[in-house]
Design a protein around this ligand. Structure first.
Ligand SMILES: [Zn+2]
Length: 196
């Protein structure tokens, strides 16, 4: 029975991945063991390597293998501006616009009371310490426009305004190239309220 136990353990381990149920986990395990043992070994080595070496940047909290990430070390960046995003993917999206040259803080999550994710889980104290270091002047809240992203922005905004910082939020607007007739009402309403 020891072979079956190893298989069960692999399936249980794969089920830890988000969105993977017992069916998908079984399919992945069978595939790896039946058709791609080399890939399975490669996967296990990559997992070991990443869990050993990847950590959080001491300044912006994003993933890095060094004490401080490349973006934080870049002297060309405006240290007076701090853009708060939920994930490294969101940070990349802001970077691709080439419209922002300040620094970042990556929450690596968002407040979600229903899932038991509170201020401690997303490193808010680290953000507050960073934002009040005397160098940062403006904090730009670029969390997502979902209920959780808005709630996260609200909590951070309140806390930092009470510490005397200038806090701004990404403007919500009508997508470039879209026709009003096809834009949802909530977006049009926000665009009207945030008009400038
Ligand atoms: Zn960093």
């Amino acid at each position: 029975m020891s072979n079956a136990n190893s298989l069960d353990a692999l399936i249980q381990a794969l089920r830890r991945l988000p969105g993977v149920g017992v069916k998908s986990a079984s399919r992945m395990a069978f595939h790896l063991l039946q058709h791609d043992r080399e890939g399975a070994l490669h996967l296990s080595q990559a997992l070991r390597q990443a869990t050993d070496s990847v950590r959080h940047c001491a300044l912006c909290h994003t993933f890095t293998e060094a004490e401080v990430c490349v973006t934080c070390l870049d002297p060309q960046r405006d240290a007076a501006k701090l853009c708060v995003v939920e994930t490294p993917a969101d940070q990349s999206a802001v970077e691709r616009t080439a419209a922002y040259k300040g620094r970042y803080f990556v929450l690596m999550g968002k407040l979600s009371p229903l899932d038991g994710i509170g201020p401690k889980d997303i490193g808010l104290q680290k953000l507050f310490d960073r934002a009040t270091d005397g160098v940062v002047q403006e904090v730009i809240l670029a969390t997502n426009f979902t209920a959780e992203g808005e709630a996260t922005a609200h909590v951070i905004g309140e806390a930092l305004r009470s510490r005397g910082l200038q806090v701004t939020r990404l403007a919500r607007g009508v997508p470039v190239g879209s026709e009003l007739e096809y834009v949802d009402l909530g977006t049009i309403a926000h665009a009207l309220v945030d008009r400038r």
